[in-house]
Write a protein that binds this ligand. Structure first.
Ligand SMILES: NC(N)=O
Length: 708
């Protein structure tokens, strides 16, 4: 999705309120998370001072928290603000296509995440897997693909947020651009991935309450009159709301050319945003064995309800009301550049709920923005610290050093991404063009990356060349289609939707052909056990570096204070405490294996001596989940791409009853989402919550008795 820059509408809130909320929410969130990190460390034996905890949360996150964290990182402003804006533009087909363009990628990640657990059980980033299999050139290619994808995605989101805040409050966009990531940096740098899991939960809670609130308050407002009233108004105003490219120009049809093209481009772009973002891999590495597939698929099902219900209700309400006195700035025309700047939703909220609603809208914006920014920060910081620093700059880095570098890279990334966002804005970037270019750049890596885990015959040359050739293929198709359809290659023709769609299709699919053809040129077969050897050697190195550091700390009389023993010597028993019970035995096996082999180089390890760190039962369970994940993925694709929407792609305008039922299901889905990613995680984490609460309670009591 892309925002139109520099569009200011009517001022809906004062700048003071805008500053107060951005700063207040940032500081408030930071405080809550820093307290949560302290409680985790003190009472749940979870210390983000180890790289395992910082990057992959000790691989101990359960189903509920996984579901809410994946949901939260994937619930962008787009799903609310732009689903509504595009429903306004093209009708009710958009919110539905939007939902279908969000969930299948998450279901795919569930399958890839489980496969990674089986084949590379102790990975930290997706790029590390590429390096272990193909060496440094492949690693560098994928680092570039990942970082550009992440930077484009994250910067465009910060930009969208700051533009919206500018659009409704007049606050200078540079101030908004700096304030959005500021609080996030602090808690992410201190708390690492587990902190983002916790903030993600809080974001999810608040965002879903607000989404349901906005949907229901809009529908039940007397100016709308419920689902029946909304339908009647849309029918009554049909002549002033004609949509070219839709069946009969109606907003109430699934047969919309622009909506389906938009939906397809979204699918490719979003696929890249998930698979090429190491954050989604990391979140799956962070889950316990049994949690990946249920957690990810719960999130996939939950996110389906967000753009669909909210987008339909808000987008159509805006169409019904934009020529009535209740509309902000009436009788001024509500122009398309305002729609493209995302002002549909805030205007509906202002018209029907008023200032209170706009304050709540700002909170929703903040939640949607910060949860994605935090996971982007962890992802880029892990790439910079683990894939760049540890691999190429300081291979002998200790665990403590890695965590230190991770903190620094979070701060570095925050400054960098803020600068990029400001630069894009001042440079007058064309966000539609950037939005169409990004899938062409990022999609070529998807299939070669997936094949790295799924296909033993993909060769090094294939993995390196396929994404590069795929990018140039997509680029050529994009430009050639623009030239063929519109007669020239320029900014205007290349930001039309069809060239972008064909380019993305070329970028995504052609690497499959390149990979197979190049791999067949010099066939080989990769032994998956090599991943285990490489991981073992790496763990041994980290352990050695830690021991060395701890040893020198003990010998050094000036530094035998608590600080030195904290992060290093105590980290092992802590890790043991927090390992999920199903993995405990398996993980201790790894440690034994690691220490046995620590004196040998990885190449000296005989593959036949390698045993998988997981026991047979755990592996059987993982394989079962892997099969289930594929069934769910195929089911989701079949239902959401074909069985559900295609029968409706015909000359049909929704009847009143059909529209009411359709939207009722969408709203019920919002409540399902609330139970799946807000209520269920509380139930799932009840033991930890009770342990943490007991700890705080006893500590409080001790403190009080000491004082008295
Ligand atoms: N979640 C996204 N990419 O809208």
């Amino acid at each position: 999705m892309s925002v139109q820059l520099g569009v200011q509408g009517v001022t809906l809130i004062s700048q003071g309120t805008g500053y107060g909320m951005l700063i207040g929410l940032g500081v408030g969130f930071c405080g809550v998370i820093l307290a949560a990190v302290k409680i985790q460390k003190a009472y749940l034996s979870e210390d983000s001072g180890t790289s395992e905890m910082f990057m992959v949360a000790n691989r101990s996150v359960g189903r509920g928290l996984t579901a809410s964290a994946v949901f939260s990182s994937w619930m962008w402003i787009n799903e609310t603000v732009f689903s509504a804006a595009f429903c306004y533009k093209f009708g009710l087909a958009v919110p539905f296509w939007w939902s279908t363009g969000l969930c299948f990628q998450i279901a795919l990640m569930a399958a890839l995440g489980v496969l990674a657990k089986i084949r590379v059980p102790f990975a930290h980033t997706s790029l590390e897997i590429i390096r272990m299999r193909y060496g440094w050139i492949g690693h560098v290619v994928f680092i570039i693909l990942n970082i550009t994808n992440n930077v484009f995605g994250c910067a465009s989101m910060i930009l969208t947020g700051s533009q919206l805040i500018y659009g409704i409050s007049g606050m200078h966009f540079v101030a908004a651009t700096i304030l959005i990531p500021l609080g996030v940096v602090l808690y992410t740098a201190v708390g690492g991935l587990k902190a983002t899991f916790l903030t993600d939960y809080l974001h999810t809670l608040v965002a879903l309450i607000l989404i349901i609130y906005f949907t229901l308050s809009t529908l039940t407002h007397e100016a709308v009159g419920g689902l029946g009233g909304l339908y009647d108004k849309i029918i009554a105003t049909a002549s002033e709301n004609q949509i070219s490219g839709n069946y009969n120009g109606s907003l109430l049809t699934m047969k919309s050319r622009d909506a389906i093209i938009w939906g397809l481009i979204l699918k490719f772009g979003n696929l890249a945003l998930v698979v090429m973002d190491t954050a989604f891999w990391q979140k799956s590495f962070a889950t316990e064995v049994k949690a990946t597939v249920p957690g990810y698929n719960l999130a996939a099902a939950a996110i389906f309800g967000i753009p669909w219900g909210l987008g339909t209700v808000i987008g159509l309400t805006a169409r019904a009301l934009h020529n009535t006195p209740i509309w902000p700035a009436y009788p001024e025309e509500f122009t398309m550049d305002k729609v493209n700047a995302g002002l549909v939703m805030p205007y509906v909220i202002q018209a029907l709920i008023g200032e209170r609603g706009i304050d709540a809208f700002l909170v929703l914006l903040f939640m949607a923005l910060t949860s994605t920014v935090s996971s982007s920060m962890i992802a880029v910081s892990s790439i910079l610290s683990f894939d760049v620093y540890k691999t190429y700059i300081n291979p002998k880095a200790s665990d403590k050093k890695l965590v230190h570098v991770s903190h620094l890279t979070v701060v570095f990334h925050a400054i960098f991404i803020t600068a990029v966002s400001i630069g894009l804005n001042y440079g007058g970037a064309d966000m539609t063009w950037i939005g169409y270019f990004r899938p062409i750049l990022s999609c070529p890596g998807i299939i070669p990356l997936a094949l790295t885990l799924c296909w033993s015959r993909q060769t090094r040359l294939a993995a390196i060349l396929a994404p590069i050739l795929g990018f140039f293929t997509g680029l050529a198709i994009w430009l050639a289609t623009a030239k063929t359809l519109y007669g020239a290659i320029n900014m205007k023709t290349t930001e039309q939707s069809l060239p972008a769609l064909f380019g993305a299709i070329g970028s995504f699919f052609s690497p499959a052909i390149y990979s197979v053809v190049i791999s067949l040129y010099k066939p080989y077969s990769f032994d998956w056990r090599i991943f285990l050897v490489a991981e073992t050697a790496e763990q041994a190195q980290l352990k050695k570096a830690d021991e060395k550091e701890a040893h020198s700390a003990v010998n050094d009389s000036s530094s035998t204070d608590a600080q030195n023993t904290d992060g290093v010597l105590e980290s092992s028993p802590r890790r043991e405490n927090t390992e999920p019970s199903s993995e405990k035995a398996a993980a201790s096996k790894v440690r034994n294996f690691t220490s046995d082999s620590s004196s040998t180089a990885s190449e000296n390890i005989n593959l036949d001596d390698i045993t998988h760190p997981f026991d047979v039962d755990t592996l059987r369970e993982l394989r079962r989940w892997y099969r289930i994940a594929w069934y769910i993925f195929v089911g989701i694709v079949l239902v959401t791409f074909v069985l559900w929407p295609m029968p409706l792609y015909r000359d049909y305008i929704f009847t009143k009853t059909f529209f009411q039922s359709w939207t009722t299901v969408a709203i019920i889905w919002q409540f399902f989402a609330f139970f799946a990613v807000v209520v269920y995680p509380l139930y799932d984490g009840r033991h930890e919550i009770s342990r943490g609460t007991r700890g705080v309670w006893h500590a409080g009591k001790r403190l009080l008795s000491r004082r008295s």
